[in-house]
Ligand binder design. Structure first.
Ligand code: IPE
Ligand code: IPE
Ligand code: MG
Length: 236
């Protein structure tokens, strides 16, 4: 039965903010003799499934790495496919967000995307602004170094003194708390320019599962494990 234990247990320390590096779509497809794009399509379904699950169990923030500032280096056809997939996703997902009381926010430098895609993103952001359950944040043309650089430049432009609080308030994620738990699928043990500032004291989990195979059961196990970790934040 899905998350029966998690839903009925009160002594779980639920992370307020989970961040996921969704990796392994290409390898999932290759293992099946399919084109890499089939892996991305399957991966998009898992985004929907995991987001709904997080909303259901009461997670407040879920950030998912969908497209990095470095992913433009992929073959043109794959990048074009991903852009079309994103547009399709935003056009079809509004109902899922509203039905589940999910607020949607995008982070990253959206300027590089087509007008159509930016419009679709803006529309979902606007129409879910009133939702009070989970906030799902998609990282799109996102890179931590790029985000921090943009934040510092904006703060300097506004004649601000550069402090930790100033930087926090100029980051794309200014509306969200720091990250408690970072999960990366596919067996790679690296962070690939994801939320470097926000994850300063996050707990990390790496699983060999490829993103299209990731399930709410595995997430439940990870959350259970997370709740047992002792976080010290530099204290004793
Ligand atoms: C993650 O899967 C999705 C994106 C980066 C868009 P990959 O496409 O990186 O899959 P692998 O790592 O090649 O298997
Ligand atoms: C990280 O995955 C980016 C996303 C999941 C969107 P990559 O597959 O691009 O990362 P590297 O190249 O293995 O570091
Ligand atoms: Mg990858």
């Amino acid at each position: 039965m899905i998350n029966q234990q998690l839903l009925s247990t009160t002594d779980y320390q639920l992370p307020a903010h989970i961040a996921i590096i969704m990796d392994g779509n290409g390898r999932w497809a290759k293992d099946r003799g399919l084109n890499r794009t089939a892996g991305h399509e399957e991966g998009a379904k898992v985004v929907r499934k995991i987001t709904s699950y997080c909303a259901k169990i009461g997670i407040k923030y879920l950030t998912m790495y969908a497209f990095s500032t470095e992913n433009w280096n992929r073959p043109k056809l794959e990048v074009e496919f991903l852009m079309r997939l994103l547009e399709k996703y935003f056009k079809s997902e509004l109902k899922t967000y509203l039905d589940n009381n999910i607020r949607f926010r995008a982070i990253g430098d959206l300027e590089k995307f087509s007008k159509n895609l930016r419009q679709a993103i803006g529309e979902v952001e606007e129409k879910t602004l009133h939702c009070t359950g989970l906030t799902q944040i998609l990282a799109l043309n996102y890179g931590s170094r790029d985000e921090i650089t943009r934040a510092v430049n904006k703060a300097l432009n506004d004649d601000k003194e550069i402090t930790i609080d100033t930087i926090n308030s100029y980051l794309d994620t200014s509306f969200a708390p720091g990250v408690d738990l970072v999960i990366r699928t596919s067996g790679e043990v690296r962070v690939s320019n994801f939320l470097l500032w926000q994850s300063a004291y996050a707990e990390y989990f790496f699983t060999k599962t490829l993103w299209p195979d990731f399930t709410e059961y595995e997430l439940e196990d990870i959350i259970s494990d997370f709740s047992k970790r002792e976080r010290r934040f530099g204290g004793v």
